[in-house]
Write a protein that binds this ligand. Sequence first.
Ligand SMILES: [Ca+2]
Ligand SMILES: [Ca+2]
Length: 210
Amino acid sequence: MLLNRKWQVLSLVLVALLGISLGFNFYEAFYVSRGGQNEMMDFTFSWGPDRQKIVNGTFRLGVSMTVTGSNVTMVVTANDDEYDDYDYVGLVFDTNQNGHIDLNDEPYGLWVNNYTAHSSLLEGGLLGWFEDIPVRGPQNVTFDKSSGYTFNIEFPFYYPSNPNKPWYDPAAVIKNGLNQLHVCFYDYNISQTAAGMEGVFARFNFNVGG
Ligand SMILES: [Ca+2]
Ligand SMILES: [Ca+2]
């Protein structure tokens, strides 16, 4: 259904962000640029040193997405300066197709050790994890002390216990017109020393042209 569709980022609209339980995960600034092709979007969200404890300076979360037919390729960067297996990026699309991100949408929770498990979106913007046995996820993550994490993510992703059907398929829930995406980053290291400041999230609309 999505073959040869042209994807175009037409607008980026900030949705109200309230860090309810964490109290700290809100969005400060953003920059938008069009990709070289109309099929790619590229966003960077940033939080200054007074908005987060993940790094001493400005924390940046970069999100780029390319949709080619039924494949969705994403690159998420996070300039965290300390590796920990429990650090993760969460991606939440409008999986229940009600037009906005809500707590019933199913996240992809992507640990930096390349594993994943089922999770749910919490009110504070981060993820709660089910007690699944973690499985190898759709991400390949690299870490560099100076630049942080780079997540290369390929969808569709097939959960090992259900190899015939994608574990929900982002290409199937991204539609022409307005879409919403929630992205969060959790820093385990900070969770041990600064309760309530263990992560950041951004939620934004992107418009896809037909
Ligand atoms: Ca870390
Ligand atoms: Ca939804």
